[in-house]
Structures are given as C-alpha cells and as structure tokens.
Write a protein that binds this ligand. Structure first.
Ligand SMILES: Cc1ncc(COP(=O)(O)O)c(C=O)c1O
Ligand SMILES: N[C@@H](CCCC[NH3+])C(=O)O
Length: 493
C-alpha cells in the first residue's frame, strides 16, 4: 500500500509534465487513507512509483517482476481485489435492511487463487460451467455459496452441481424438465445404500429461475443480456406457465429468481428498474405458492478503462440497488428477500495490469508508428472482440513525458491484433516494460493459444511479496492434448 515515503517519491518524480506521463494514472493521494472505489481507478489501489521511476504494485517493482517471472505477465493486486469485495459486502450490510450475499461472477477470472480470495472475504461464487464449478470446489468454496449458471448445461454439469449441493440457476424449459425428471440414484431406490440421496422430494434440488427482465442498457451488443431478444433466461411473458410448473414439482425447491441485464454499465437506472421488475416477479410467484427467499440482480457495474469512463462507485451502486429493492418491496407489501448480486468486472478488472516487453518498431511516414509487444489478442482478446479501449504506461519510466502517439500491436498473425490504436507514450526502446491497465476481467479467462502462444503467468502481489498463481505455459503444455496417429509418426514416412 502507499506509504508516506513513497508518496514523497511519487511527488518528486511527477513535477515535470506529470499530466502527460504514466504518473498521471496513479490513484490520487488525497484518497489513500479512505480507499477509492477500485472500479474508478485505472491502476490498482497500491500503485506507486519508486526511486528508480518504476511502477510498483503491491510493493513489488514491475521491472523486477518481469525479470523474475517473464513476460507477458498478469500482475494482480490483492489489496484492490479485497477492497472491492469488502466495499460490496459492507455496502449491502449498510444499505440493505434484509440479508444479502455477494457472489463473485468468476467468469471474469476463474482460478484457484482468485476463488479462494473471494471466498475468504465471505463472498459466494457464480460459476457458469463444470470447469468453473470444479475450480471453485477445488479452491475450497462451500457448495452452499455456489450458484451454477448456463443456458445449455450438460447432464454432466448438472450432475456435478447436484452431487456437490450447489444451487442451479435454471435458464430454460429443457433444463427445467430435465431437473423435474431427475432420477433418484439407484442405491436410494433399492434402499441398499446408507448414503443420503443427493436429492429427493424430502431433499429437493435447490434451484433459482433466470428470467429475462426486458430491460435495455447501453453497452456493447455482445455483452447485453437483459433485453427480450436474448439467449438467456425464461421469457417474462410465460411466467404463469413457469411458476405453475415449478409449484407442481415437489422435487424442485425454487428458492429464488435471477436476472442479469449486461456488463460494463455506467447508468444506475437499469439496475434500479431491475429491482422493481424482480419484485413484481416475486409477487407473481407467491400467487403460485412459491416462497421466493432470494432475488439476484446480477452484475454489470462498469469500470474505468480510460479517463473518459465515469462509472458510479461500488458504494453508490450498492446503495441505489438496495434502496430500489426496499422501496419496490414496500410498495408491493412484500417481505424483504435475501438480496444477491453477481459482480465480476468491478471486483477484479482494475486490480490487474499486464506487463509486456517492447519489441519491434515500424514507422510508416505520415501514416502511423507501430510498436509491437510480446503478447496481444491471445492474452487480451477484448480489443479485437469488442473494440475495447485501454490505456498503457511505460513502467520503467513512469515520469517520462509522453511525446508520441503510436499503435500498440500484438505479435499475432492478424492485422486486427491491436491492443491500443492510439497510445500516447514516451518514446519507447526495445526492452522497455509496457503495462496495459485494467486487465483483471475477461483477459486471462478469455485467453487463448492462438498461434500456439503459451498463456502468460500470473502473480499475486501484496506488501512486497509476489506469489505465482498461474504458471506460464510451456511448449510441452501447448502439445499436451495433441495426438499423433502412429501412421503419421516421422519413422513411418
Ligand atoms: C449471469 C451473469 N452474472 C454476472 C455477470 C458479471 O457481469 P460483470 O462482470 O459485468 O459484473 C455476467 C456477465 O455479464 C453474467 O452473465
Ligand atoms: N466477456 C465480456 C463480458 C461478458 C460477460 C458475461 N456475460 C467482456 O469482456 O466485456
């Protein structure tokens, strides 16, 4: 965390042209005592600049981390993740008069260490596949805090969820029928086993229903989910049929309703509207005898990727959602349900940076200068997928004034492999460490081996210590799943 000593170092380096150098992105000193909302910062909360003019995260010099762990390197700041978890958790405890539970939407970054951190802060985990569920279980997350999503869950995924005892967020009729007809284990039917059946009418399957709320929000069309024309959730026009079906199947224990409207949202109104819509749905469900105990408003709060992004703070978002749900329940004279939320990006996005080494430079007079780094769309597919904007700094010369506009390119065999189209940077040299900020969400989790690049390592930093949380892949890892039929072996040629 920032200390008085490194505050003065930072101030001594930022006198010349700080507004135009990497130093401009440091969290503001006036807010260091009361941490700012992580989703409103470009750099992690612990970011400082040391006497070598190098960026430090979690008390670790980024240059030194790259020398030790190689590049590209995801660097995750523990303080920032924990701060975001606490701001959500404590915010709901403060503003919402009923019970609440924050679930980390682990699709943003699912791995053992991140699941373990979220769980240690009292959060549950939202998983969206057998792989994410397995990881969370292996990280020691308790099944009663796990919720399985997915619009096309396989039988094997449902089995894992039922066996482990996590809650299933049912998305569609096929899944609902499958669960309603779920066979009891044969051992239970024969009565020969002492083992408790995983479910029965006396121990029904715990489900929630995902409903499409019909709410539009302003975000990229690929990451909008709450509008009627969405592949996710039950159509709100078929609620009578849905609630009637669920109420007639005693081996389904429907404890709650869920909706999620989209991701990277800066407006507060859509989530306030959602709280009202969910309260309406809950009231309708009670007409069918369904005792809904939990309402889940999903995730979606955006983060600052560039100076012009202006998301509400976590605290503001939590307050407005809590107040909206309390007021909707009061109007409809409903008891306050347990309020669940599922933030992903705003919990982890701003906690991580990606460090690259600068390589080749190509100057095309009067057109553009390309600077290439040693990663690209395989470690951060967001720019090429959603035209997402990022900002970068040169980590080993944080106070050097930015003097040129360049295009930051990846190393993939793809012209669209551009991380930042117009990066304003100091003149870079081969070997400089270029840091792209805000890469905690949907970077590692969407990473690929395109062009057979090994996926980068990730380190967790805190108070001067760096722990590896993901090993860098090797070439052996790259061919691990390859099979070479015998007739193709070199000796048979
Ligand atoms: C069902 C569900 N919950 C939670 C999230 C997390 O969203 P975000 O990362 O924007 O908070 C998503 C992603 O959009 C989602 O689909
Ligand atoms: N992958 C998207 C977010 C999708 C969230 C899942 N519904 C992104 O990178 O912005």
């Amino acid at each position: 965390m920032p200390t008085k000593d490194n505050i003065s170092i930072m101030l001594s380096t930022d006198t010349a042209g700080a507004e135009n150098s990497g130093v401009q992105y440091l969290p503001s000193p006036s807010n260091w005592d009361t941490p700012r909302s992580p989703n409103q910062e470009l750099l992690p909360l612990s970011a400082t600049v040391n006497s070598r003019d190098c960026l430090e995260i979690g008390g670790c010099d980024v240059m030194t981390l790259v020398e030790r762990f190689g590049s590209p390197l995801y660097i995750l700041d523990e303080v920032t993740v924990r701060t975001a978890c606490r701001q959500y958790r404590d915010g709901f405890a403060r503003y919402y008069k009923g019970d609440s539970q924050v679930l980390y939407a682990s699709k943003a970054w699912n791995c053992l260490a991140v699941c373990a951190i979220a769980a240690s802060e009292g959060l549950g985990i939202d998983v969206v596949s057998g792989g994410e569920l397995y990881t969370a279980l292996q990280a020691g997350v308790k099944a009663n805090k796990l919720y399985l999503h997915g619009n096309n869950k396989s039988i094997a995924e449902l089995e894992l969820a039922i066996e482990s005892g996590c809650t299933i967020v049912v998305d569609n009729w096929l899944e609902l029928h499958t669960l309603a007809d779920w066979k009891l284990p044969t051992s239970d039917l024969s009565g020969e086993s002492d083992e408790q059946p995983t479910h029965s009418t006396s121990n029904p399957i715990r489900i929630m229903l995902r409903l499409t709320p019909g709410i539009e929000c302003h975000t990229h069309e690929y990451i909008r989910t709450g509008h009627l024309d969405s592949k996710f959730g039950f159509d709100p026009n078929a609620l009578d049929q849905l609630f009637a079906f669920v109420s007639q199947h005693p081996n389904l224990n429907c404890i709650g309703l869920h909706a999620h409207i989209g991701s990277q949202i800066f407006e507060r109104q859509p989530h306030q509207d959602l709280a009202g819509v969910l309260a309406d749905f809950m009231s309708k469900a009670s007409g069918y005898g369904l005792a809904i105990q939990e309402l889940n408003v999903g995730g979606g709060l955006g983060i600052r990727y560039t100076e012009s992004d202006d998301p509400p703070s976590i605290d503001d978002w939590v307050k407005s959602v809590s107040e909206a749900l309390m007021s909707a329940c009061e109007q409809q004279q409903l008891p306050l349900p347990k309020l669940l939320s599922e933030p992903g990006r705003s919990l982890i996005g701003s906690a991580c940076i990606t460090a690259y080494r600068v390589g080749s430079r190509k100057e095309i007079p009067d057109i553009r200068t390309y600077i290439a780094v040693d990663g690209g769309m395989s470690d951060n597919p967001r720019p090429i997928t959603y035209q997402s904007l990022y900002r970068a700094v040169v980590a080993n010369r944080m106070s050097a004034p930015a003097t040129e506009t360049v295009t930051l390119a990846g190393k993939h065999c793809e012209s669209g492999d551009i991380l930042i189209k117009e990066a304003i940077l100091p003149k870079t040299e081969v070997g400089d460490i270029l840091v792209v900020m805000g890469t905690g969400a949907y970077n590692y989790s969407m990473a690929s081996n395109y062009n057979r690049l090994p996926r980068p390592a990730a380190v967790l930093v805190n108070e001067g210590e760096a722990n590896l949380i993901l090993k860098r892949e090797t070439y052996q890892d790259i061919i691990r799943q390859d099979c070479l039929p015998e007739r193709l072996m070199p000796t048979s040629h």
